[in-house]
Structures are given as structure tokens and as C-alpha cells.
Design a protein around this ligand. Structure first.
Ligand SMILES: *[C@@H]1O[C@H](CO)[C@@H](O)[C@H](O)[C@H]1NC(C)=O
Length: 253
């Protein structure tokens, strides 16, 4: 997940911009895609009417909780704005671009979700619209962004070192694109112990963890941490915090 939060100033200039995957998707996948959807029981079971809201969650998700903590409304899905005549005021309140299934690469769940690169393009279009509306200086303040992200692995035959390098190289460019739009404060959430996911454990003979997946996750996290250091020294106003999800989920066996 990449989540960009902007504008901690006074209303009406605050908004939150969220990108990437299912943990913060509030319904984009419901608009265009037919398979990666969360619009049926038991999703949403803990919402007031027990209705599925297209969140991949029993109730509120990380985007909603984050918004709540900041005293903001949870931003609407980007695709809900399409074809609406007057969206300018809404855009300033924030936009959620996240799409369940999206990874760093276009090939991740291709056809099921909005790839990250496309989300960044959507974000840049919205930054342009906002800039026309409130001017470049205010826009820069408004987009003083925070980002967090998660890397997921792709299940294919591959060389782990090469694959992780490809992911990180792609991510480097995506970060630069986002930085060049004015974002510079980031919260990074690393990947967790993927080998502990039930779907992978069900494929091992004894139901044990998939150690290859865990090793890959650790490699990703190490390279992700180095990438953040690299970006930190390259961009003078870059700042970030790094949350190691692997350890938080008890990834150490
Ligand atoms: C994803 O596809 C777009 C459009 O074809 C392309 O511009 C972009 O470079 C691709 N991104 C990656 C990470 O391959």
C-alpha cells in the first residue's frame, strides 16, 4: 500500500491522498473491474447495515481509521469522480486511488486492479487540477505528503535477487515521480512475513510457513530500507519513518 496524506493545515485546505492496495481501497475496484471486488457478504459485516462497502474489510479499513485520527472525512475513490462535472472542491478534500491487488509492477494482478503507475498518473492529473484552482504555492503545501507502502511478492519461477532488484528499481522511479509532484514526507510500511499467509501455508505439506516466501520478504525489506536511505540523501527535504511489518507480525520464527 502507498498512502499519501497531505495538508495538516486548517480546513478547508486539508486533504488526504492515498495510493496503492487493498488495505486502503475504499471502492475503486467496484467501478471498473469485475474480479477483484469486495462487494459481497461477509465484507462490511461490521458496518451499520452489515453492508459490503467495497472495502476489503469487515468494517472500516486503514484509510478510514487514518482519516478519523486526522479529523478528516475518508476520501472518496478516484473512480467515483469520473464524469462528474464539478469535482474541484471534492478534490481538495483528498482522493483515494488505492486498488485492491495493485503492486509495484503493471503485471501484478493485471486486469484486476489499477496498477500503481496508473494511480501515480491519476494523482498527477489531480495535482494539476488543484494547482489551477489554488495556485502552485498553496498546492505545494497541500501536497506535503506522507506515504506508506507494502511490497508483495509475485508467485512465479524467478531469481529472487533479480526479481527484488527489479521491484526496487521500479519503486525508485515511482517514488521519484511522486517526489517530483511535491511529496516529501513518507511513512513506509515494509512487507510482512508473507510465508505465514494461510494461502501459502496450505500449500506446504505440513501447513508450515513457506520459508522461501519469508526469505523473499526479508530481502525486499532490506533493499527497501536501503532505497529509503538513498532517496533521503538524494532529496534534501525528504523525510520518512520505516515500520518493519515483518517483525511486527512476529515474522521472526
Ligand atoms: C506500466 O505501463 C505504462 C503504460 O504502458 C508504462 O508507461 C509504465 O512504464 C509501466 N510501468 C512499469 C512499472 O512497468
Amino acid at each position: 500500500m502507498v498512502c499519501i496524506i497531505c495538508g495538516f493545515g486548517q480546513a478547508p485546505d486539508q486533504g488526504m491522498y492515498l495510493l496503492r492496495a487493498s488495505i486502503i481501497d475504499v471502492g475503486n475496484n467496484n467501478f471498473n473491474f469485475h474480479r477483484a471486488k469486495a462487494n459481497y457478504f461477509a465484507y462490511g459485516i461490521d458496518f451499520t447495515d452489515s453492508k459490503a462497502t467495497s472495502r476489503f474489510s469487515n468494517g472500516k479499513n486503514a484509510a478510514d481509521f487514518l482519516a478519523e485520527k486526522l479529523g478528516l472525512p475518508s476520501p472518496k475513490p478516484y473512480l467515483s469522480f469520473i464524469n462528474k462535472a464539478d469535482i474541484d472542491d471534492e478534490l481538495l478534500k483528498g482522493v483515494n486511488y488505492a486498488s485492491g491487488g495493485a503492486g509495484i509492477l503493471n503485471s501484478t494482478y493485471k486486469g484486476y486492479c489499477i496498477p500503481f503507475d496508473k494511480q501515480v498518473n491519476y494523482f498527477s492529473e489531480v495535482v494539476r487540477v488543484i494547482s489551477r484552482q489554488i495556485g502552485p504555492e498553496k498546492t505545494e503545501k497541500h501536497i506535503g505528503a506522507k506515504i506508506s507502502l507494502r511490497i508483495r511478492r509475485r508467485r512465479l519461477q524467478f531469481d529472487p535477487e533479480k526479481y527484488v532488484s527489479e521491484l526496487i528499481n521500479t519503486l525508485r522511479q515511482q517514488f521519484k515521480d511522486i517526489c517530483n509532484l511535491g511529496a516529501h514526507k513518507f511513512i513506509i510500511r515494509s512487507t510482512g512475513a508473507q510465508g505465514r499467509m494461510p494461502i501459502l501455508r496450505s500449500k506446504t505439506e505440513t501447513g508450515a510457513c513457506d520459508e522461501d516466501a519469508n526469505a523473499l520478504a526479508m530481502l525486499c525489506n532490506k533493499k527497501l530500507a536501503s532505497l529509503m536511505e538513498e532517496l533521503n540523501s538524494e532529496y534534501h527535504n525528504f523525510c520518512y519513518s520505516f515500520f518493519n511489518m515483518y517483525n511486527a507480525y512476529g515474522g521472526r520464527n
